[in-house]
Design a protein around this ligand. Structure first.
Ligand code: THU
Length: 132
C-alpha cells in the first residue's frame, strides 16, 4: 500500500498519541488522529478511569481537540490499536457528526508497526443518525 505524505503524517500522529494512552484497567492503549479540511491534524488517546464507565475513547478525544481548535470538518481518520481493532460504535457516530462526506473519509486502522486496513467512515457506520 503506497501512502501519501499526508496519510503517513496522520498515521504517525495516531501512533504517537497512543504512547500517551492512559489505559491501566483495560491494558488496551489506543491512539487516534483526525485530519480536518484545512489540513490540520488533531490527536487523542484513550483516558480511562477507576469508575470504568467514565473512560473516554481516543477517537472522541481527537474530535474534541479538533472542535476546540475551530476545526469541524473531518476528512480522514487514523486509529492505532494493539490488535487492529476498529472504532467502537459510539466513536463512529461522533466521527460522523463532523464528517461532511463519509464516503470520502478514509479511516486507517493501524497497529504500531503495520497498516492493517483502510475503511471509509460510511462503510463503518451505514445509515448513521443525522439531524442536519
Ligand atoms: N477504546 C478506544 O479508545 N477506542 C475505540 O474505538 C475502542 C475502545 C478504548 C476504550 C478503553 O479505554 C479501551 O479501549 C478498551 O475498551
Amino acid at each position: 500500500m503506497t501512502l501519501s505524505a499526508a496519510e503517513r503524517a496522520l498515521i504517525q500522529a495516531a501512533r504517537t498519541a497512543r504512547q500517551n494512552a492512559y489505559a491501566p484497567y483495560s491494558g488496551y492503549p489506543v491512539g487516534a488522529a483526525v485530519q480536518t479540511d484545512d489540513g490540520r491534524i488533531f490527536a487523542g488517546c484513550n483516558v480511562e478511569n477507576a469508575s470504568y464507565g467514565l473512560s473516554i475513547c481516543a477517537e472522541r478525544v481527537a474530535v474534541c481537540h479538533a472542535v476546540m481548535a475551530g476545526a469541524q470538518r473531518i476528512t480522514a481518520v487514523a486509529v492505532c490499536t494493539p490488535d487492529g481493532g476498529t472504532p467502537c460504535g459510539a466513536c463512529r457516530q461522533v466521527l460522523l457528526e463532523f464528517a461532511p462526506d463519509p464516503e470520502a473519509c478514509a479511516v486507517w486502522i493501524v497497529k504500531p508497526d503495520i497498516v492493517v486496513q483502510r475503511y471509509t467512515l460510511a462503510s463503518l457506520i451505514p445509515h448513521g443518525f443525522r439531524l442536519k
